[in-house]
Ligand binder design. Sequence first.
Ligand code: ZN
Length: 337
Amino acid sequence: MTDTTAATVADPYSDAEKAEFYEQLQAFAGQEMGIDQHGSDPVNVPMIRQWVEAMGDKNPIYLDETAAKASVHGGLVAPPSMLPAWVMRAYGVDRNALGPNPYADLTALVESHGFTSVVASNSEHTYDRYLRPGDEITLRTVIDSVSPEKQTALGAGHFISTRQDYFDQTGERVGSMLFRILKFRPKPQAVTAAQPQAPTARPLRPRPATTHDIAFFFDGLNEGKLLIQKCSDCATLRHPPGPMCRNCHSLRWTTLESTGNGTIHSFVVVHYPQVPSFDYPNQVVLVELDEGVRIVANTLDISREQLRIGARVHLVIQRCDDDLSLPFFALATGQDA
Ligand code: ZN
């Protein structure tokens, strides 16, 4: 939500100071991160299997040796979007212990001028070729560019782009990803007398970004129904909602009310960062509904010990506040042990 009544931020820097600051920032453009990042393992079928199972990707070129041989690839290949997975480091590795980190220095410099907030703006992927089992991948990260100060709807800020180039064992580039963020100076909160809240009052849940395509889903919840989109031409069900059928590309659709019965396909327990409108630990489940589509929701009265993949669950729609009802999943009866 953008508060248009917020006061504009007084700009603390003169044009000359800004020009000098921009020059300092430009010194970072083209700088490489101090180390190349090598994959712990070569491209391999077990990791591909985990990935395509999690994604529900049934394309045989990834796992079926015979089908892959008969395809244009002539053998097994890895899903292109898996590219970053081949060089991922273990969680908890201290990046700063690995060598010079100009990106951290750039971030610190930008923040020292008050551009403390961040929002991701865009990401562009280029895949030069399919990877095959046995390929050894190395990542090189470079600060691609830093923009002059720009005025945006969020406030004044600088766009920072990093480029990640991926190379194989022969040094040939196999893919590249450009990632751009906006570091901006946050607007001060508007001082308003409206809606005073007790200090202990819990903020409302974030509002869903409702569009014409998704409004039916939240309207349905407010009426106590979990509605799944259904193609009017080929009857394929889809969730999350979207304007077009992925199967036959039809734009005509209707809805089907879910029975609310399903199975936990996967889950994650969020501990941090904590958003005040949620309970922590925040248990988020990916439920495969019996109708065949998957939905993300919170749990209801399921302990951490009871939370397991394969558990049968059923839907409980709860009104969170005046205009928002959301789906939750509780254990199906007879399964409370
Ligand atoms: Zn269809």
